[in-house]
Ligand binder design. Structure first.
Ligand SMILES: OC[C@H]1O[C@H](O[C@H]2O[C@H](CO)[C@@H](O)[C@H](O)[C@H]2O)[C@H](O)[C@@H](O)[C@@H]1O
Length: 836
């Protein structure tokens, strides 16, 4: 599959193929370890040439596909010593090395040398060497195309071939050791433990057998009680464990019946369990990558959770037993069903029925029952049961809240926590605080000033959008897929019209309580104060995702986009809503200036649903730019969260940032971020994908389009939009060297990117089709906008995007690398213009 026509391996094949096949096959030793030339990086001598002093390295022809002959171990040591100046085993733009390294070419047996340059190529070299080592390679022949690969292709390839695999878990004999590890466990009891539902006897026996057979695991297998009460959940906080999920009966190699866990994907890092809403977004990414069975397994695990734990869990760890997370099961089920093999249609329908029955049970018992249902508005709230302080947070997470109570009782914070959790000390004010805190965690938005001290009382926009989607999805499925044949678990026939009726009643209530005509936005409703709240949240766009907004509401929501749209994507909420941040009022990760993958994905789909794909595409571009830029500048990182104003993952906020702590090469990314990248690419046309490959700043790319949209705003809205964009620019400048805004744009060797692009349309075609807008004229202003920085080595050259020839470099300067062209060029970026 990865062989080209001449039978050699594609330079961009997955590492598992590239480092085990063809010239890098373990059998093909002649090509990689019998050379007498110098093959280690930047060294005259190494162990390979038996002490022969190599002649002075000369440089290879430019422009051809180079391959390097590399001694893995010594090159790895050398590159780290020279380039990893902060000692974190990554090569990033924070490192102060020379950012250049010479490698011997394979064609010359290592004598002729070529200089690789720039953070991106060097960090790719580091990553490739680490992967080559994984496959036992001591020497490799490495294609240059692997080092300067288009970052969009490279990241997408890594997600597809490496990250999903790194995040996949299974709860059975083979997978227990990995899934039982829990970095959040701060109790004294870290023994691996699994909790099994009270009536799952075969499964319980299976795990007991595993515990016996794999005694080194020291596995503790426990039954859960029939009634899982808040008191019980609190009582096992000091004995945390994984919760069993779905298993299939299979035959082992001796023909005996045994069990195999249904696999699932975890978010990554400290989140080593299957989460509720993360799983939905991860499944979208998995499906974009063709991993339908894995997505299907996630849905089946949700059904198992509903059956045995009464709800889709926040995640399947014991301390999450009493709360859920935003519900997405019906949409997930439909998306999977649509991808199943049509040849097995009857089976597919049976599968869809089972999953929908679970969703119907969840709908009635979790979301449409008290306490989550507010009987007055008949809208739903996040309002889980629970007792005490959530044990899975960072140790000091609640200190600022607890402090005054601890002082009142003359106790230290840990002493107070213990007495409060044991019920020895009663503090109703704290009980109220934790009621809302649990609701915040159930909402998935932990934490934000939108919800602090009030969440359990709010009929939120997000939850009611999701439930509207449940109602319309179930109606559609009964009508369109299931031949009017669906019952719930109690045998009650379900009718499409009843579900449609539920949806239209909800839409009426949403319009009455949550829609604000003056603000052109949906807001949460406080069911206790009986009043609409004022926090502006990006979840307003979920109503477009769910199809609950009318065409008029959708166009008004589009008009409000300027409140949330910043350089790197959509912010979670507006700065005005978040309010001032001080030492006593620290920032929260689900507030401005942070932008999260689920918010982006929901908005993209929302705009698509209402025929505004140009906006979906622009928003997708912004977020994918943020991801790509960090990937390029920070050794392939794909972090959990971003500050989308500053375009940075190096954030000072709750829980730090998952996905940033790796050595040499990232192996997981972060679940829903991986998904957002793969899904986001489906919203980009070929020209936007190419622009992304060269890390073209979205504000330059979309300048005309934004001007056109802003022209539709009122004077005061325009003023606000202008300020917002200005702030974003100023914030971005703050974090860049020398205050140069343009240095946030990354340096990429565009020549290579262009060379690697497949079926690249001609520039005129690209301009003609750019976001379906026909005007290909360029304003003078655009030209003024983009002088190329050439003073800062790391500053980036914004190259010609649309296929114009790149500047020639002088052939007399034979020792120069083609990449130098980009620090000397005065090329300007060409930005398409949009109709006025
Ligand atoms: O451990 C602290 C909190 O961590 C989780 O929340 C965050 O990560 C989740 C997994 O990616 C994500 O679903 C959630 O939206 C994030 O805020 C957990 O869900 C919380 O319950 C927990 O207290």
């Amino acid at each position: 599959m990865f062989e080209n026509r001449r039978g050699s391996i594609e330079p961009t094949a997955p590492a598992s193929t590239y480092y085990t096949t063809g010239r890098n096959s373990p059998r093909n030793r002649a090509s990689t370890n019998t050379r007498s030339g110098s093959i280690s990086a930047g060294r005259r001598h190494n162990g390979l040439n038996n002490g022969t002093i190599p002649r002075r390295a000369s440089y290879e022809d430019k422009g051809k596909h180079r391959r390097f002959l590399i001694d893995v171990e010594s090159t790895l040591a050398h590159i780290l010593e020279q380039e990893d100046t902060d000692g974190d085993f990554q090569i990033t733009i924070n490192d102060l090395g020379p950012k250049t390294l010479s490698l011997g070419t394979a064609d010359s047996g290592g004598y002729k040398r070529f200089q690789i340059r720039g953070n991106y190529m060097l960090s790719n070299l580091l990553q490739e060497l680490a992967m080559a080592k994984d496959f036992g390679r001591k020497y490799v022949v490495l294609d240059e195309d692997r080092l300067n690969e288009n970052p969009v292709n490279r990241l997408s390839r890594m997600i597809h071939h490496i990250f999903w695999n790194g995040l996949t878990r299974c709860i059975d004999g083979d997978g227990l050791e990995v899934i039982c590890s829990d970095p959040k466990n701060r109790s004294n009891d870290v023994a691996p433990r699994i909790y099994v539902p009270y009536d799952e006897h075969e499964i319980y026996d299976y795990y007991q057998n595993v515990a016996k057979e794999k005694s080194h695991l020291n596995l503790d297998v426990q039954y859960l009680p029939k009634d899982i009460t808040p008191e019980y959940v609190k009582s096992i906080n000091d004995k945390p464990g994984i919760l069993a999920l779905a298993m299939n009966k299979v035959k082992d190699k001796n023909g005996n019946t045994t069990f195999k866990g249904v696999p699932f994907v975890v978010p990554g890092g400290r989140f080593n369990e299957m989460y509720g809403w993360d799983s939905y977004f991860e499944s979208l990414g998995l499906m974009a990558d063709g991993y339908i069975d894995l997505a299907r397994g996630m849905a089946e695990n949700f059904a198992y959770e509903i059956k045995h734990y009464g709800k889709i869990l926040n995640a399947n760890r014991s301390y999450y037993l009493s709360r859920s997370q935003p519900p997405f099961l019906t949409d997930l089920a439909i998306k999977i069903y649509e991808k199943l093999n049509p040849a097995t249609e009857e089976e597919n329908k049976a599968w869809l029925r089972e999953i929908l029955k679970s969703a119907i049970k969840e709908y009635h018992t979790v979301w449409m029952s008290e306490p989550r249902l507010d009987k007055k508005t008949m809208l739903s709230r996040y309002r889980p049961e629970g007792l005490g302080i959530p044990p899975e947070t960072e140790a000091s997470h609640f200190d600022h809240i607890i402090n005054k109570f601890a002082q009142k009782h003359g106790l230290t914070i840990p002493e107070f926590n213990e007495k409060y959790n044991d019920g020895v000390i009663k503090e109703p004010e704290l009980d109220e605080y934790f009621l809302h805190d649990r609701a915040v965690r159930e909402s998935g938005h932990d934490t934000t000033y939108r919800f602090e001290g009030v969440c359990a009382n709010l009929a939120t926009v997000d939850l009611n959008a999701l439930l509207y989607k449940y109602e319309t999805d179930i109606a559609d499925c009964i009508r369109d897929f299931l031949d009017d044949d669906l019952e719930d678990f109690d045998g009650n026939k379900q009718s499409a019209s009843e579900w449609s009726e539920r949806a239209s009643r909800r839409r009426e209530r949403v319009n009455k309580y949550l829609w604000n005509e003056e603000e052109n936005l949906y807001f949460d409703y406080d069911t206790v104060k009986e009043k609409m709240t004022t926090y502006e949240s990006a979840t307003a766009y979920w109503m477009m995702w769910a199809g609950c907004a009318s065409a008029d509401q959708a166009s008004r929501l589009a008009k409000s986009l300027y409140k949330f749209e910043v350089r790197g994507g959509l912010v979670s909420g507006t700065e005005r809503s978040r309010g001032h941040i001080t030492l006593d009022r620290p920032n929260r990760q689900w507030d401005f200036p942070f932008g999260w993958a689920p918010h982006q994905i929901m908005a993209w789909q929302g705009f698509e649903n209402y025929g505004m794909s140009d906006i979906a595409s622009r928003l997708a571009y912004r977020f994918l730019y943020t991801i790509t830029k960090s990937f390029v500048d920070f050794n392939g990182v794909v972090p959990e969260k971003f500050d989308v104003v500053n375009l940075s993952h190096q954030v000072q906020v709750e829980y730090g940032n998952v996905g940033v702590d790796f050595k040499f090469v990232p192996r997981e990314g972060f679940g829903w971020m991986n998904a957002s990248f793969q899904v986001g690419l489906t919203h980009l046309k070929v020209n936007a994908r190419r622009a992304l490959g060269t890390c073209t700043d979205p504000d330059l790319l979309f300048k005309k389009m934004l001007e056109y949209e802003n022209s539709k705003l009122s004077a005061s809205e325009q003023q606000e939009a202008m300020l917002r964009r200005r702030m974003s620019t100023i914030a971005a400048r703050r974090i860049t060297r020398g205050g140069d805004d343009r240095s946030v744009v990354t340096k990429i060797n565009t020549d290579d990117i262009m060379r690697q692009s497949v079926a690249v349309p001609k520039s005129s075609e690209i301009l003609d089709t750019f976001f379906s807008m026909a005007d290909d004229s360029f304003g003078n202003e655009d030209a003024k906008l983009v002088p190329i920085p050439n003073t800062d080595v790391d500053a980036l050259q914004v190259p010609s995007l649309f296929g114009e020839p790149l500047p020639e470099i002088s052939t007399t300067e034979s020792e120069k690398d083609p990449q130098d062209a980009y620090t000397e060029s005065t090329e300007t970026l060409q930005v398409p213009s949009f109709p006025k």
